[in-house]
Design a protein around this ligand. Structure first.
Ligand SMILES: NC(=O)c1ccc[n+]([C@@H]2O[C@H](COP(=O)([O-])OP(=O)(O)OC[C@H]3O[C@@H](n4cnc5c(N)ncnc54)[C@H](OP(=O)(O)O)[C@@H]3O)[C@@H](O)[C@H]2O)c1
Length: 237
């Protein structure tokens, strides 16, 4: 039997986890619509790939922009929410605007995007919403109050949304990776240790996404938690 060809919207497709997911899906013959704030980052023209420029932090613009996106790509039947930002520090170190911005990108924008796309997804024979959470969605950590809150919020949202979609063909899944070797750490004071066993690779998360999309339509994979074999955090000098 021919594998089903999906049309997948991937946010954060310009870098790290989202980029790897997009590349893997394209390799498997799916159609990918990749979101970035700056489409010049997509340097290679690829068959079956369409770039879309969208700043997910601009909440007031989102309903209109997503409507336009759906007009252009009516066949979307899966969404991978990988856009996000890592910002760490004590609550007192965060400014009020940083708190608002982190919650907006990591949580509220995902809810807006979901709300806008859900009616059309419910009309498909089968569709998937796959969110990239984090190990920070499972346990609060020092210096992670706001980041963890944003990821806990995503986890609560997906649990409730799964119930909400329980009578439809929409499947809701959350992937919670530990440290993944990406540009996420470029502006942070720490990163995974140097050994291969200290970090997940973006390709590992991409493989999990493909597993979810390829799973039998009559089951839902609720959550996947992934960790490096040996967790080592290296502080930059
Ligand atoms: N790396 C890790 O250790 C790790 C672990 C657990 C969970 N995660 C989660 O995985 C997701 C992806 O992280 P990553 O490691 O792949 O980081 P990354 O390499 O820094 O990629 C982040 C992506 O988010 C996009 N993005 C940022 N702000 C945006 C905005 N306002 N509008 C639209 N897109 C925006 C970026 O695209 P543009 O800059 O092109 O707009 C980029 O493609 C995040 O949700 C992160 O919290 C990461």
């Amino acid at each position: 039997m021919q594998p089903v060809k999906r049309t997948v919207l991937v946010t954060g497709a310009s870098s790290g986890i989202g980029r790897s997911i997009a590349q893997n899906l394209l390799k498997q013959g799916h159609i990918v619509i990749g979101v970035s704030r700056d489409c010049r980052k997509f340097t290679r023209q690829m068959e079956n790939f369409s770039p879309v420029q969208l700043d997910l932090s601009q909440l007031s613009e989102l309903p209109k922009k997503i409507f336009q996106l759906q007009q252009k790509f009516p066949n979307i039947d899966a969404v991978v929410f990988s856009a996000g930002l890592g910002q760490f520090g004590s609550v007192e170190e965060f400014s009020y605007s940083q708190i608002e911005a982190l919650m907006t990108l990591n949580f509220t924008s995902q809810v807006f995007l979901t709300k806008a796309l859900l009616p059309a997804l419910k009309r498909k024979a089968s569709s998937d919403l796959i969110y990239i959470g984090s190990e920070a969605a499972l346990k609060g950590n020092r210096k992670g109050a706001v980041y963890c809150a944003s990821k806990f919020a995503v986890r609560g949202f997906t649990q409730a949304l799964r119930e909400e979609c329980g009578k439809s063909n929409v499947r809701v899944c959350l992937i919670n990776p530990g440290m993944v070797k990406t540009a996420f750490f470029d502006h942070l004071a720490f990163e995974p240790g140097d050994h291969d066993s200290n970090a997940i690779l973006p390709e590992d998360v991409a493989a999990a996404v493909s597993y979810i999309l390829g799973s039998r339509e009559q089951i839902v994979i609720d959550e996947i938690n992934m960790s490096p074999l040996n967790k080592v955090v290296k502080f930059k000098k």
